[in-house]
Design a protein around this ligand. Structure first.
Ligand SMILES: C[S@@+](CC[C@H](N)C(=O)[O-])C[C@H]1O[C@@H](n2cnc3c(N)ncnc32)[C@H](O)[C@@H]1O
Length: 209
């Protein structure tokens, strides 16, 4: 399976039909968390299993991973987990997805693709226009969690998010995870790899004000 796909490819312009929250989840009133670039979704399967009072939504651009994850949700009859295939920028910019952004309690960007070459920076998931879309529709108090092992990418994401007046950094040392989407601090696959290899992790939490 390809490790990297170009999110700006015209293949991703067309987005799938997005069902309502009632169709996605058993209890559409539960707190909603969105994980962007969720890969095969193992992180979200763990979260959905442990935290049944939350709903989890994953967006991933590699179609095969999403097909497999959707099939696993169906087979295991999981009612608080849903996956959408496509470029998260296009999906969340689409009018039919406004209700998703409005209902979010939190979003995570875990180890997004770094796209190291300068001419590829525009392929990075966090872009000023994308942050604007989020700031226009997110409710006050919605949290954004960002994690990466690439310092340059972290600085770029931090700068892009905080350049938007509506996002402020939270002091994560005093952050109480017990009421968050991830009270047990479950780790993503990339995070486990980074820890095993004793690499640095750069992370930040932002709040919509
Ligand atoms: C380095 S992997 C990290 C996977 C996982 N979050 C983790 O921490 O283990 C980045 C993931 O983001 C996906 N991705 C990259 N750009 C995307 C985009 N624009 N929209 C949705 N998913 C994207 C990639 O296909 C890949 O699965």
């Amino acid at each position: 399976m390809r490790q990297h796909v170009n999110p700006l490819s015209s293949n991703f312009k067309q987005i799938e039909k997005i069902p309502s929250l009632n169709e996605m989840f058993g209890d559409s009133k539960s707190n909603l968390h969105l994980d962007i670039g969720c890969a095969a979704g193992e992180f979200l399967f763990d979260l959905a299993f442990f935290n049944t009072s939350w709903n989890y939504l994953g967006i991933e651009i590699r179609e095969k991973l999403v097909k497999n994850a959707k099939f696993k949700v169906f087979r295991k009859e999981i009612k608080n987990l849903y996956f959408i295939f496509g470029n998260a920028n296009n999906i969340l910019n689409d009018f039919q997805c406004k209700f998703i952004i409005k209902n979010l309690k939190s979003i995570s960007f875990n180890f997004p693709d770094p796209w190291f070459k300068k001419r590829h920076h525009k392929r990075r998931i966090i872009q000023p226009e994308f942050v604007n879309i989020l700031s226009n529709s997110l409710h006050k108090g919605t949290l954004i969690f960002v994690k990466t092992d690439v310092k340059d990418l972290f600085d770029y994401m931090d700068h892009t998010i905080t350049s938007n007046f509506y996002f402020k950094k939270i002091d994560e040392k005093n952050f109480n995870y017990s009421k968050s989407f991830n009270p047990n601090k479950v780790k993503t696959n990339r995070e486990k790899y980074v820890i095993d290899n004793q690499l640095d992790i750069f992370e930040k939490i932002y709040i919509k004000i």
